[in-house]
Write a protein that binds this ligand. Structure first.
Ligand SMILES: Nc1ncnc2c1ncn2[C@@H]1O[C@H](COP(=O)(O)OP(=O)(O)OP(=O)(O)O)[C@@H](O)[C@H]1O
Length: 285
C-alpha cells in the first residue's frame, strides 16, 4: 500500500532542471528554462450522459517536461487525459464543451484528423497491452499504417524506438518472440517504444507503473527522465512520491475540478489550497 508521505529525497530532485546561466555582468545564476505551452485547456466541461465528470478545467501544460495529475479515485484525471487525444469520442453519450488547444489548434474542431491527432498524442495504459505479435511487429504496426514498407527503414525505426524506450539491449536478440512473453516491465517499455515509433510530440500515460514491481517502476521512471528532453509527457499517478520525484508540474484534481496546478515543488512544499495540503499530507484520499 502506497503512503501519501513525501520523502526529502523526492523533493531534493526537484531542482535538477535548473540550468546555470551567465548574466551580462558575468555572474552565474541558476534559472529554470521557460518552456512553451504544449496543451492549453480553457473552460473544459465534460458530461457522461447527465453526469458532469469535468467542471471548468483550465490548465497550461508546458512542452518537453513531465506534468503529473494527482487526486483521489474518480476525480477526473483519466477523463482529462483522454480528452487530449479524443479517446472520449469512443464513449457513447459523452459531451465536451470548452477549448483544448494543441500547438495552438482546437483539437475538437470538426475538420481535425483524429488519426493524425492520436499519432501526435500517443497513449500508454496502466496494464501493458502489447499485441500478441512479435516485438518487431508491435513496433512497426504504426509506421506500416503510415505507409512505410522499406525493410531497412522499418529495422531502423524498431531499433531507434526500442533504444529510446531503454529496452533494446534486453530484446534485440529476441525480436521475433511474442511481446506477451516478456516481463511486465519489459512489456510496458515495449508499449512505450510502440508509442514512440510514430514520432509523437506528446505522450499520455495513465498510471503506467501501477501494475509493475518496484524495480520495473524505477526503470520506467528513469526512462521518463530521459524522454522528457524530447517529449511532452502527461502522467496520471496515485503515487505521490512518483509525482514529486519525476514531474515538473503537478495538477491536483478533486471531484472533477482542478483545485491547484503549479510547479511540482510549489505544490508539495507550499500548497496554496488547504484541500491540496490535506491530500498531499495524507489527511484524505
Ligand atoms: N465511460 C464512462 N461513463 C460514465 N461515467 C464515467 C465513464 N468514465 C468515467 N466515468 C466517471 O467519471 C468520473 C471520473 O472518472 P475518471 O476515470 O476520470 O477518474 P480518475 O480520477 O482517473 O479515477 P482513478 O484514479 O480511480 O482512475 C468518475 O465518477 C467515473 O465513474
Amino acid at each position: 500500500m502506497e503512503t501519501n508521505k513525501i520523502k526529502n529525497e523526492d523533493l531534493n530532485s526537484l531542482d535538477k532542471d535548473k540550468k546555470r546561466i551567465k548574466t551580462f555582468f558575468g555572474d552565474e545564476i541558476y534559472k529554470t528554462p521557460k518552456r512553451k505551452t504544449a496543451i492549453n485547456v480553457k473552460g473544459l466541461d465534460l458530461y457522461y450522459g447527465d453526469f458532469q465528470a469535468l467542471k471548468k478545467i483550465n490548465m497550461e501544460i508546458k512542452e518537453k517536461g513531465i506534468t503529473a495529475f494527482i487526486g483521489p479515485s474518480g476525480c477526473g484525471k483519466s477523463t482529462t487525459l483522454k480528452c487530449f487525444n479524443r479517446m472520449n469520442d469512443l464513449v457513447d453519450d459523452c459531451k465536451i464543451e470548452g477549448l483544448i488547444e494543441i500547438d495552438g489548434k482546437d483539437i475538437n474542431k470538426k475538420d481535425v484528423d483524429v488519426v493524425r491527432l492520436r499519432r501526435n498524442v500517443g497513449m500508454v495504459f496502466q496494464t501493458p497491452n502489447p499485441f500478441s505479435k512479435s516485438v518487431y511487429d508491435n513496433i512497426i504496426y504504426g509506421p506500416k499504417i503510415d505507409g512505410i514498407k522499406d525493410k531497412d527503414e522499418l529495422d531502423y525505426i524498431v531499433e531507434k524506438s526500442l533504444k529510446a524506450a531503454s529496452v533494446w539491449d534486453e530484446v534485440k536478440d529476441k525480436l521475433d518472440r511474442n511481446a506477451l512473453s516478456f516481463s511486465g516491465g519489459q512489456q510496458q517499455r515495449i508499449c512505450i517504444a510502440r508509442t514512440l515509433s510514430v514520432n509523437p510530440e506528446i505522450v499520455l500515460m495513465d498510471e503506467p507503473t501501477s501494475a509493475l514491481d518496484p524495480i520495473s517502476t524505477a526503470s520506467i521512471e528513469e526512462l521518463l527522465e530521459d524522454l522528457k528532453e524530447k517529449y511532452t509527457i502527461v502522467i496520471v499517478t496515485h503515487n505521490m512520491q512518483q509525482a514529486a520525484r519525476i514531474s515538473d508540474q503537478t495538477a491536483f484534481f478533486l471531484t472533477g475540478e482542478v483545485i491547484e496546478m503549479n510547479d511540482t515543488k510549489e505544490i508539495f512544499n507550499d500548497p496554496k489550497d488547504k484541500r491540496t495540503e490535506d491530500y498531499i499530507t495524507g489527511r484524505f484520499g
